[in-house]
Write a protein that binds this ligand. Structure first.
Ligand SMILES: Cc1cc2nc3c(=O)[nH]c(=O)nc-3n(C[C@H](O)[C@H](O)[C@H](O)COP(=O)(O)O)c2cc1C
Length: 207
């Protein structure tokens, strides 16, 4: 799975960047390929096509979510390139969670009404140094992401042999292969995912 953390902050090496680095490590530890990218309002966001999951995050300054991220959603092509993407959101702020949920999160969510938001999280200043809370956010995101893959299970059933083969490949590849195989079965109208079908579908998910 390829994830990108798209973030904004006015502060170089500030608290937002610090938690992003922790998120990145946790994602990588769990088998994801991960990149981080800093928002510019008028950047071209077509590169998001290459990613399965987009984690959007920013601090709040003077009651507004940081301006480059909001600008990219309002005036750039970010919103367009987020269509059909699985998205998770987080904010860093000085306010308590209850206040941020009402005042700040909607500033992002209003632009994402068509997206599947896997998890949203506020990180108030007092939890920013708590790695366990940041790790738990990442695990929640991965859990919800994997659930979306499972919910794609269509009429095609995995034979015992095909399931055993899937379990024999490295864990970090399993989600992608499963998704590719089920898509292939759907396209081809197969009712069963067999080892032979996986062989035929190899090209689809990179051999
Ligand atoms: C100039 C400034 C204005 C801020 N305004 C708000 C605010 O209106 N509401 C809030 O909850 N937090 C506010 N904060 C707190 C920041 O959102 C919080 O410290 C955040 O973690 C900063 O992220 P950074 O280190 O990446 O810049 C403000 C912080 C600064 C420095």
């Amino acid at each position: 799975m390829k994830a990108v953390i798209l973030y904004d902050s006015r502060t170089k090496s500030g608290s937002t960047e610090a938690i992003i680095d922790i998120m990145g490590l946790k994602l990588a530890e769990n088998g994801a390929y991960v990149e981080k990218a800093k928002c510019k309002a008028l950047a071209d966001y077509s590169f998001l096509n290459a990613f399965d999951l987009v984690i959007l995050g920013a601090p709040v300054y003077y009651f507004l979510v940081s301006s480059q991220l909001l600008g990219a959603l309002n005036y750039g092509n970010l919103k367009k390139n987020l269509q059909k993407k699985k998205v998770a959101l987080f904010l860093t702020c000085g306010s308590p969670e209850s206040m941020a949920t009402v005042l700040y999160l909607p500033q992002l969510k209003i632009h994402l009404v068509r997206n599947k938001i896997l998890v949203e999280k506020i990180f108030p200043s007092d939890v920013l140094s708590d790695n366990a809370i940041i790790d738990s956010f990442v695990l929640d995101v991965l859990y919800e992401y994997n659930k979306t893959l499972k919910s794609r299970i269509l009429s095609a059933k995995w034979t015992v042999e095909a399931q055993e083969w899937l379990e024999s490949v490295p864990v970090f590849l399993q989600g992608k292969i499963k998704e590719g195989a089920e898509e292939f079965a759907e396209e081809m109208g197969y009712k069963e995912i067999t080892c032979e079908m996986l062989e035929a579908a190899k090209g689809k998910f990179g051999g």
